[in-house]
Design a protein around this ligand. Structure first.
Ligand code: BTN
Length: 279
């Protein structure tokens, strides 16, 4: 049967092409062992399992297809096979790090993703929808799911990322079509997943782990790129919901919202577990 896929960017992911792209950016050491799957339940599941077995830091799990991809807040993450990037990175943040410092990790990931997208897709502006989503022209293009764990006194974090790279609208579940997009759809061209992933790791390597302590640069980047600051939002909290104006970020990247309460303005601090939408 003839191979109908002629675009080189739509061929399966290859470790050696990716390693070449990393080396070309001087970031050859930013990724450890790579576990590449044709199909898996969720790369986060596998990375969590590997972390419990103490694989080396920066072990990368990448899959062409997930049968049970997870998003935040119990959502699923759907992607067609071999079009997008679905990966999880095993990290062992410094043991002495406080929970507040660790809560900065998704922001490091988000900033690195924006830089990578803009490097590989010149002319495109990537925005951050707090806490963990990347948007382009009002539609979601990538999401981050961090899961932390502990095994025999060793704490670990799994940084799971899904990027809609070369998928197109009719490959997406109907309910996501109005709100999601891909790099291919926004640029009009297929994107090399190896280059994009290498650009991500080169950028993340410059931010992690030092950026967990020295957070000022990341904080100003998430302010500059924020889709929410200055806008009216509603947020679903554990037992209630609020409506107000997103005004600034706290020292660890929390979202601070001004809410009117009986004629007074109150400030409400949201942590990364909140669900926020623009209104
Ligand atoms: C979100 O937007 O809610 C976060 C989505 C994170 C999806 C990625 S895909 C790779 C990794 N494996 C998973 O099961 N989830 C993350």
């Amino acid at each position: 049967m003839p191979d109908l896929i002629t675009d080189r960017n739509l061929t399966p992911f290859g470790e050696s092409r990716f390693r070449d792209a990393l080396r070309a950016r001087g970031a050859g050491m930013s990724v450890g062992n790579i576990h590449l799957f044709h199909e898996i339940t969720s790369t986060n599941d596998e990375a969590l399992r590997l972390a419990r077995n103490r694989v080396p830091e920066r072990t990368l799990v990448l899959a062409e297809r997930q049968t049970a991809g997870r998003g935040r807040r119990g959502n699923s993450w759907a992607a067609p096979a071999s079009r997008d990037l679905l990966f999880s990175l095993v990290l062992y943040p410094p043991l002495e790090l406080s929970a507040e410092r660790l809560s900065r990790l998704p922001h490091l990931g988000g900033v690195a993703l924006c830089h990578a997208i803009e490097e590989v897709c010149p002319g495109i502006e990537a925005k951050l929808k707090w806490p963990n989503d990347i948007y382009m022209l009002g539609k979601k293009v990538a999401g981050i799911l961090i899961e932390n764990g502990k095994h025999a006194s060793q704490t670990f974090s799994v940084l799971g990322i899904g990027i809609n790279v070369n998928s197109v609208d009719d490959e997406r579940p109907q309910e996501l079509r109005a709100t999601a997009t891909s790099l291919r759809e926004e640029t009009g061209a297929t994107v090399d997943r190896h280059e994009l992933l290498a650009a991500f790791f080169a950028s993340f390597d410059r931010l992690y782990p030092a950026g967990l302590e020295d957070f000022g640069g990341v904080l100003s980047t998430i302010e500059d790129r924020s889709l929410l600051l200055g806008r009216k939002i509603s947020a679903q909290l554990e037992r209630s919901s609020i409506t107000g104006k997103a005004v600034e970020f706290g020292a660890n990247g929390e979202l601070i919202v001004e809410v009117e309460n009986g004629g007074h303005m109150e400030r409400c601090t949201l942590n990364g577990a909140s669900q926020v939408r623009l209104i």
